[in-house]
Design a protein around this ligand. Structure first.
Ligand code: CTP
Ligand code: MG
Length: 229
């Protein structure tokens, strides 16, 4: 059984801002992309890890990953203008590798717990797709401008995370048939009619989107650092 992981890292981090894309920003001696790759390389069943990066970031990538020496880490490929196009590039690179299952993960989610990864892989015994998600717990409101209008029922609503895992052949076919606009791979899979299961995500598995998330990441890392006095 070969299980590949695609780490999508070709985004520009426009909401985050700054000089370098958020996945390469220094995080206590490491970076979000490096932590993400290491999380998956720590799982025995993972056979390939492939990053999809922007052409402008080749040097940043080499620097960020220089501490990893693992034959399962493949040379990165170039991404596209949308996240779905970046995933497609990764899938095409893996198409001739005889992959059974593929997990797709945001480089910007560096703290993905092992149990979440294992839950997604295990769920693929039963269905074509599975992804980490958390139930919505806050009340939801629609608005017009700054005025609340109507409550929106939150029953059956979920916050999607990654990894999103799939059997390889059906997700490759789904991406080949897709127009590149889907927000995530569940959207691409559902458009192609694949059955996709929800598995428990984790609050630790948040995405670094703004600088406030980076501050949170630094606080979390300082709190869990063995060097803590
Ligand atoms: N991503 C990608 N290719 C793109 C766009 C996004 O590989 N064309 C990746 C990002 O690098 C990130 C993940 O998809 O790891 C989730 O996207 P997001 O958090 O939206 O990152 P960015 O698109 O970089 O940020 P922003 O939307 O604020 O510009
Ligand atoms: Mg984006």
């Amino acid at each position: 059984m070969s299980v590949a992981v695609i780490i999508v890292a070709a985004g520009r981090g426009r909401r985050f801002g700054g000089d370098i894309p958020k996945q390469y920003v220094p995080l206590m001696g490491t970076s979000a992309i490096c932590l993400s790759a290491e999380a998956f390389l720590g799982i025995d069943g993972v056979t390939h890890v492939l990053a999809v990066i922007h052409d402008d970031d080749r040097d940043l990538y080499e620097q960020a990953m220089s501490g990893i020496s693992d034959a399962r880490l493949l040379a990165p490929v170039s991404g596209g203008d949308t996240r779905a196009q970046s995933v497609r590039q990764g899938l095409e690179r893996l198409a001739t590798e005889g992959i059974d299952r593929v997990l797709i993960h945001d480089a910007a989610r560096p703290f993905v717990p092992v149990t979440v990864i294992e839950n997604v892989i295990a769920a693929l015994d039963e269905t074509d797709g599975a992804f980490a998600a958390l139930p919505v717990v806050d009340a939801l409101w629609a608005s017009e401008g700054s005025l609340a209008t109507n409550p929106v029922p939150r029953d059956g609503l979920w916050r999607a995370q990654t990894p999103q895992g799939f059997r390889f052949a059906p997700i490759l076919a789904a991406h080949r048939a897709h127009d590149g606009s889907g927000a995530d791979d569940v959207a691409v899979a559902r458009e192609a009619g694949l059955k996709v299961t929800l598995v428990p995500g984790s609050e630790r598995n948040y995405k670094i989107t703004t600088t406030a998330d980076l501050e949170r990441a630094l606080i979390d890392m300082a709190a869990s650092s063995p060097a803590r006095g």
